[in-house]
Structures are given as C-alpha cells and as structure tokens.
Design a protein around this ligand. Structure first.
Ligand code: HEC
Length: 105
C-alpha cells in the first residue's frame, strides 16, 4: 500500500516537472519577453526594424506549430537574431513555452 502511494506521488511530481505551467510562464513572459514581443506576442515593429527582421507574431501558425521543446530552445539558446534570454532557468523556460502556446493571433 505504502509503495503505491509513494509511486503515485512521484508520478505526479514527475509529470508536474515535465510540463510547464502557463500560469507561471505568464508573469515571466511579461518581464523577459514582452519588451520585444509585445504583451500578446504580436511583436514590436521597432524591435524587428532594429534587428532587421520581420518578427512572426508568437500567436501565428508558424510559432504555434513549434513544439514546447523548440520554443524552450529558442529561449535558452536563441534563434537567428534573437539572443538567448539571460536569467531564465530550464523550468522557467518550460513555463514560458507553455504560456506562449496559449497565445493566439
Ligand atoms: C531583445 C529582444 C527579444 C527578447 C527579450 C526576446 N525575443 Fe524572441 N525574438 C526576437 C527577435 C528579433 C526574433 C526574430 C529572430 C530572427 O528571425 O532572426 C525572435 C524570435 C523568437 C521566436 C521564433 C519565432 C520564429 O519566427 O521562429 C520565438 C519562439 C521567440 N522569439 C520567443 C521569445 C520568448 C519566449 C522570449 C522570452 C523568454 C523572447 N523571445 C525574448 C527578439 C527578442
């Protein structure tokens, strides 16, 4: 009996860690991403211009078709003109990726 309880608990903990929390990610997005990507992921025209790129809205099909792992990779390793975002842990990147997936155009 005890084993079953412990087994179930560790399963919940494992699943909880494997998936990011969009609620946690929302606040982090606001401090780490919104300055460039806008409050709703629409992308700031001035930033795109400064980097010489067209920023795809985060709610676009293009970005929404990325896996959470791909989005996490962009956050932690950067992509194209976007530099890796400083001060973001693996767990926080999971949370932010989960939040990005809630954005719609
Ligand atoms: C300093 C400005 C800046 C910050 C801060 C920033 N980004 Fe970006 N991001 C960019 C730019 C510019 C691009 C486009 C890069 C390119 O196309 O070369 C981009 C691209 C992306 C893409 C890929 C979109 C595509 O077209 O493939 C994702 C996803 C993304 N950012 C998510 C995030 C998230 C999540 C955060 C916060 C953790 C964040 N970015 C923080 C500037 C920023």
């Amino acid at each position: 009996m005890k084993t079953i309880v412990i087994g179930t608990l560790s399963l919940i903990v494992t699943v909880g860690l494997a998936y990011g929390s969009a609620a946690e990610g929302k606040g982090l997005y606001g401090t780490k991403c919104a300055a460039c990507h806008g409050a709703n992921g629409e992308g700031k025209a001035a930033i795109g211009k400064a980097f010489g790129v067209t920023m795809a809205p985060l709610g676009s099909k293009e970005v929404q078709s990325m896996s959470d792992a791909d989005i996490k990779k962009v956050i932690l390793s950067g992509k194209g003109k976007m530099k890796p975002v400083a001060g973001v842990t693996e767990k926080q990147a999971d949370d932010i990726a989960a939040f990005v997936k809630t954005l719609k155009e």
